[in-house]
Design a protein around this ligand. Structure first.
Ligand SMILES: [Zn+2]
Length: 143
């Protein structure tokens, strides 16, 4: 057993998070909520860019790994880099799932599933709440 409290580069009290985030963001990011499917602003987004953590601003995913999973949430087949996210076993709702959190601030992002048969390089689906992300569109490149 590890008795040392976990620490993260960005550590704020729940009061601070509650002040800085909207109620919807707080519920998903800090209370592991899930936005309703097909309602998130990035569900069908194909804009090129980088997806940052809505809570701390760290870069987590890019549009290059985003794919159309038709599951109702933005889906990626890999994070921007290993180490950007952390994984936790989640047995809530009677299902064994792998929760995905931001490694920088420990905010909830979504879940990762694998072996579903998607034709992506990893056959993994990072099923991420739009409200946990902030898309930073890529600057137009000079012609
Ligand atoms: Zn974060």
């Amino acid at each position: 057993m590890n008795s040392t409290p976990e620490t993260f580069p960005v550590a704020k009290s729940e009061d601070e998070w509650r002040r800085e985030l909207t109620p919807e963001e707080y519920q998903v990011l800090r209370q592991a909520g899930t936005e309703r499917p097909y309602t998130g602003e990035y569900c069908d987004t194909h804009t090129a860019g980088v997806y940052r953590c809505r809570a701390c601003g760290d870069e987590l995913f890019t549009s290059q790994e985003k794919f159309d999973s038709h599951c109702g949430w933005p889906s990626f087949w890999a994070p921007l880099a290993e180490g950007k996210v952390r994984y936790l076993r989640d047995s809530a709702l009677g299902m064994e799932r792998i929760e995905v959190r931001c490694a920088n601030c420990n905010s909830h992002l979504g879940h990762v599933f694998e072996g579903e048969g998607y034709s992506t390089p990893t056959d993994q689906r990072y099923c991420i709440n739009s409200v946990s992300l902030k898309l930073e569109p890529k600057q137009d490149e000079a012609p």
